[in-house]
Design a protein around this ligand. Structure first.
Ligand SMILES: *[C@@H]1O[C@H](CO)[C@@H](O)[C@H](O)[C@H]1NC(C)=O
Ligand SMILES: *[C@@H]1O[C@H](CO)[C@@H](O)[C@H](O)[C@H]1NC(C)=O
Ligand SMILES: *[C@@H]1O[C@H](CO)[C@@H](O)[C@H](O)[C@H]1NC(C)=O
Ligand SMILES: *[C@@H]1O[C@H](CO)[C@@H](O)[C@H](O)[C@H]1NC(C)=O
Ligand SMILES: *[C@@H]1O[C@H](CO)[C@@H](O)[C@H](O)[C@H]1NC(C)=O
Length: 255
C-alpha cells in the first residue's frame, strides 16, 4: 500500500447528443410534473424512500456567492491522507480493515474547516479485475475517514469528485431540473432505426406511447412510440445528462 495515489477528477459527465439522431419528446420537467400522477405511496414505500433520502443526505455547506474563485475550493493536489497505524501493529494483511485519514486543503494551501466534499475511495487491481469501495465518513471539519476492507494486495485511490463548494450548485440544479438526466431507447428493424425519449412518465403528445411497465414489480416505464416501428423493436436504453451549469459555475466542475 505504498503507492497510494490521490486523483483529482471533477467528474461531471457531459455526454453529447448525437445530432444525427432523431429524438422526439419533451424533457421539460414542468410538463412532466403536471402530467404525472403517481399512485400514493404505501407506508413501506415511504420508509424505503426515507432510507434512500437519508443515504444521500449532505451536510450544509456555506454557500459561496458567484463568481466563485477556485482559490477557495478544495484542491485534491494539495490535500493529503495518511494511513492510520494497523491496530495491533505489524504489517497489513489481507482481510484487515485499513483506515485512512484524509485532510482537505484549498488551492491556496489553507486547510478546509468544513465538510461536504464529494470523495470516492477505492482499492482496485486491473489485472485481477477486482475492486472494492471504501466507506467515507465526513467529520465536518475538513477531515474525512475512509475505511477499506483489504481483500487482496493492491493500490488504493481517492477521487475528489466534486469540491464541497460545487455541491450547492448541484443541489440547486437537482431542485430546478429533476430530469437532470433524460432516457432514450433506440428501435430497430432491418436497417431502419429510430430513437425516442423514455421515462417513468411522459407528457402526453400526439405521439402514442409504448408501455413497458414491469408486470411483476409494477415499475412504470414508457417510451414514445417510434413513427414507423413497433414497440417490440426496442433494442437498447441509454441516458443523456443535461448540462447543469452556466459558465461562471462551470469553473467548479473543471477536471
Ligand atoms: C487566486 O490565487 C492566485 C495566486 O495566489 C492569485 O494570483 C489570484 O488572483 C487569485 N484569484 C482570485 C480570483 O482570487
Ligand atoms: C476533525 O474531527 C475528527 C473527528 O472528530 C478529529 O479526529 C480531527 O482531529 C478533527 N480535525 C481537526 C482539524 O479539527
Ligand atoms: C494486482 O494483483 C497482482 C496479483 O496479486 C499483483 O501482482 C499486482 O502487483 C497487483 N497490481 C497492482 C497495481 O496492485
Ligand atoms: C401500462 O401497463 C400496465 C400493465 O399492463 C397497466 O397497468 C397500466 O395501466 C398501463 N399504463 C398506461 C398509461 O397505459
Ligand atoms: C416514417 O415513414 C414515412 C413514410 O415512409 C416517412 O415519411 C417518415 O420520414 C418516416 N419517419 C421516420 C421518423 O423515419
Amino acid at each position: 500500500f505504498s503507492a497510494l495515489v490521490l486523483f483529482l477528477v471533477y467528474a461531471l459527465v457531459y455526454l453529447c447528443l448525437d445530432s444525427n439522431k432523431n429524438i422526439r419528446g419533451s424533457g421539460d420537467p414542468e410538463i412532466n410534473k403536471k402530467s404525472c400522477t403517481f399512485r400514493p405511496l404505501s407506508a413501506k414505500e415511504i420508509d424505503e424512500e426515507n432510507v434512500l433520502l437519508d443515504s444521500i443526505a449532505w451536510p450544509n455547506i456555506p454557500s459561496v456567492p458567484p463568481p466563485v474563485s477556485l482559490n477557495d475550493t478544495s484542491d485534491a493536489a494539495r490535500s493529503n491522507f495518511v494511513i492510520l497505524p494497523r491496530p495491533g501493529g505489524g504489517s497489513w494483511l489481507v482481510g484487515d480493515q485499513l483506515e485512512v485519514m484524509i485532510k482537505m486543503f484549498d488551492f491556496k494551501g489553507r486547510p478546509k474547516n468544513h465538510g461536504g466534499d464529494f470523495l470516492l475511495t477505492r482499492l482496485h487491481n486491473r489485472t485481477l479485475e477486482a475492486g472494492v469501495a471504501g466507506q467515507v465518513v465526513d467529520h465536518l471539519n475538513g477531515t474525512y475517514s475512509a475505511v477499506f476492507l483489504l481483500p487482496w494486495e493492491g493500490k488504493s485511490q481517492i477521487t475528489l469528485v466534486n469540491p464541497s463548494e460545487a455541491i450547492p450548485f448541484l443541489q440547486k440544479f437537482a431542485g430546478e431540473k429533476p430530469n437532470g438526466v433524460d432516457f432514450y431507447s433506440t428501435f430497430q428493424s432491418g436497417l431502419f432505426t429510430e430513437t425516442t425519449m423514455c421515462s417513468v412518465c411522459l407528457p402526453p403528445t400526439q405521439q402514442p406511447q409504448c408501455n413497458y411497465t414491469d408486470l411483476s414489480t409494477g415499475e412504470l416505464w414508457f417510451c414514445y412510440k417510434p413513427q414507423n416501428l413497433s414497440c417490440d423493436a426496442r433494442i437498447n436504453h441509454f441516458s443523456i445528462y443535461q448540462k447543469p451549469l452556466n459558465s461562471k459555475e462551470e469553473i467548479l466542475f473543471k477536471k
